[in-house]
Design a protein around this ligand. Structure first.
Ligand code: GLA
Length: 417
C-alpha cells in the first residue's frame, strides 16, 4: 500500500515537473520574443566579407536612418565571423575581421540601444565551413553570454538529416543558452525540412525558418511565365508555403520567412544566386506587406548605410510594421485564393483587422470585396496603410491593384452596417 502511494506521489511529481517545464519553456519563449524580432542581418549584403567597422557603421545607420525608431533592434551577424578555437577550446572571432573582439562590438551596439545577434551551426562546421558548436554547446553558449550576445541563429549544415537528431541538437543548444545566465533568443534554421513548426518551440526555439533561403526574385518559376525551375525561393513561394502554417504562430513562436530583400536590387551574392535577378519596388513592397501580415521576424539585409527613398519608404512604414508587431501575435489567414488574387486577414489586439489584397498577376486589375464574404459583419473605417489615407467607411472595398502589388488596410469597426 505504502509503495503504491509512493509510486502515485512519484507520478504526480513527474507530471507536475513536466507541466512546469513545458509551461516555463513557453513562458521563456513569450518573454524572449513576445513579438517577431526585428533587425538587420549581414548575410545577403556582406556574405563572408564582414568586419567590425562595417557592423559598427550598420549600427550607426540603424539609428540615423530611423530604423531603430521604427522598431528594428537586432544586428544579426551571420556566418563567417569565426576564427576557430583557442587552446582552451573557446570559440573565437576571426582576429583580422574583428580585431577588437565581439564583446567590444556588443558594447558598442548596446550603447546605441540595439541588440547583437550571432550565428552558429549544429555540426562541426557551419554552412560556410567555419567553426561551429556541435559538442561545444555549453561552452559556446557561455562564451556568447559573456560577450553580451542577445540572439543566436543556429543553422543545420553538416548535421544528420533525421528529425530525431535535429530535435536533440537544437534542444541541447537551447538548454545551454537557457542556462548561460543571459537571455538569448534562439532562432532555429533547418530550412523547414523537418517540419520545425511541430517541434521547434518545445525544443526551445522562439522562431524557426519555414523554408530554404530567399533569393532576390518574385517567384521560383519565372522568365515570362515559362516554367524554368531555378531552385531557390522567391517572395511568392514563401507566401505560398507559409499560408498553411498560420496556426503555428503565436507570441514566442514565429514562422520565420527569412530576410527582407528590399533594396538589394539583384546584387550579386547569396540572394543573387539561383535566379535572384532582383525585384521591382512594387514586389519589395509586397514582401514587406506579407511578412508583416504573416507575423514573420523582419531582418532587413540591404546596405542600410546607403538606402534610396523607395527602400526607406518600404522598410520604415510604421503602420505596416505595427501589423507585424501586434501583441496578439496572430499570423494572417488566407481567406480568398484564386489564380489572380490572395486575400489575407489578420486580427489585431485592439479588435481591428489587417486586410491584404495581393494581385498575383503581372498587370493592374480591379478588385471588389464585400467584407461579409470573409466573415466580417458590420461597417468598418478603412485605412490604407501604404497610401496613408482613409478610404471612407463601409463593408466593402473596390479599387485597382497594380501587378504584384499588395494593398494593406486596417479595418476599424465603426457600426452595425
Ligand atoms: C544557410 C542559411 C543562410 C545563411 C548561410 C550562411 O544557408 O540558411 O541564411 O545563414 O547558411 O552560411
Amino acid at each position: 500500500m505504502k509503495s503504491f502511494a509512493v509510486k502515485i506521489k512519484k507520478v504526480k511529481s513527474i507530471i507536475f515537473s513536466t507541466v512546469f517545464l513545458c509551461s516555463s519553456i513557453h513562458l521563456v519563449a513569450q518573454t524572449l520574443a513576445p513579438v517577431p524580432p526585428m533587425g538587420w542581418m549581414s548575410w545577403n549584403f556582406f556574405a563572408e566579407n564582414i568586419n567590425e567597422n562595417d557592423i559598427r557603421e550598420i549600427a550607426d545607420a540603424m539609428v540615423n536612418t530611423g530604423m531603430k525608431d521604427a522598431g528594428y533592434r537586432y544586428i544579426f551577424i551571420d556566418d563567417a565571423w569565426q576564427g576557430g578555437r583557442d587552446n582552451k577550446n573557446n570559440i573565437i572571432a576571426d582576429p583580422r575581421k574583428f580585431p577588437s573582439g565581439i564583446k567590444a562590438l556588443a558594447d558598442y551596439v548596446h550603447g546605441k540601444g540595439l541588440k547583437l545577434g550571432i550565428y552558429s551551426d549544429a555540426a562541426q562546421l557551419t554552412c560556410g565551413g567555419y567553426t561551429a558548436s556541435f559538442e561545444f554547446e555549453k561552452q559556446d553558449a557561455g562564451t556568447f553570454a559573456s560577450w553580451g550576445i542577445d540572439y543566436l541563429k543556429y543553422d543545420y549544415c553538416g548535421a544528420p538529416e533525421d528529425s530525431t537528431t535535429a530535435k536533440l541538437r537544437y534542444k541541447t543548444m537551447a538548454d545551454a543558452l537557457r542556462n548561460s545566465g543571459r537571455e538569448i533568443v534562439f532562432g532555429i534554421c533547418e530550412w523547414g525540412q523537418r517540419y520545425p513548426w511541430l517541434w521547434a518551440s518545445s525544443a526551445g526555439g522562439q522562431l524557426w525558418r519555414m523554408s530554404g533561403d530567399i533569393r532576390d526574385k518574385w517567384k521560383n518559376i519565372s522568365v515570362n511565365e515559362v516554367a524554368v525551375f531555378q531552385g531557390g525561393y522567391g517572395i511568392l513561394d514563401m507566401i505560398d508555403d507559409n499560408a498553411v502554417l498560420s496556426n503555428y504562430a503565436r507570441p514566442g513562436r514565429w514562422n520565420d520567412m527569412d530576410m527582407l530583400i528590399a533594396g538589394l536590387y539583384g546584387k550579386k551574392g547569396p540572394s543573387g544566386d539561383l535566379g535572384g535577378i532582383g525585384c521591382t519596388e512594387t514586389q519589395y513592397q509586397t514582401q514587406m506587406s506579407m511578412w508583416c501580415m504573416m507575423a514573420s521576424p523582419l531582418a532587413a539585409s540591404n546596405d542600410i548605410r546607403n538606402m534610396n527613398e523607395a527602400t526607406k519608404r518600404i522598410l520604415l512604414n510604421k503602420d505596416v510594421i505595427a501589423i507585424d508587431q501586434d501583441v496578439l501575435g496572430k499570423q494572417a489567414e488566407l481567406k480568398i485564393k484564386s489564380d489572380s488574387w490572395y486575400v489575407f486577414l489578420k486580427p489585431l489586439s485592439n479588435g481591428d483587422y489587417a486586410l491584404s489584397i495581393l494581385n498575383k498577376t503581372g498587370s493592374p486589375r480591379n478588385f471588389k470585396i464585400n467584407f461579409n464574404d470573409i466573415n466580417l459583419q458590420g461597417s468598418y473605417e478603412i485605412y490604407d496603410l501604404w497610401a496613408h489615407v482613409k478610404k471612407g467607411r463601409g463593408n466593402k472595398w473596390q479599387g485597382n491593384v497594380l501587378g504584384h502589388e499588395t494593398k494593406v488596410f486596417r479595418l476599424k469597426r465603426s457600426g452595425k452596417n
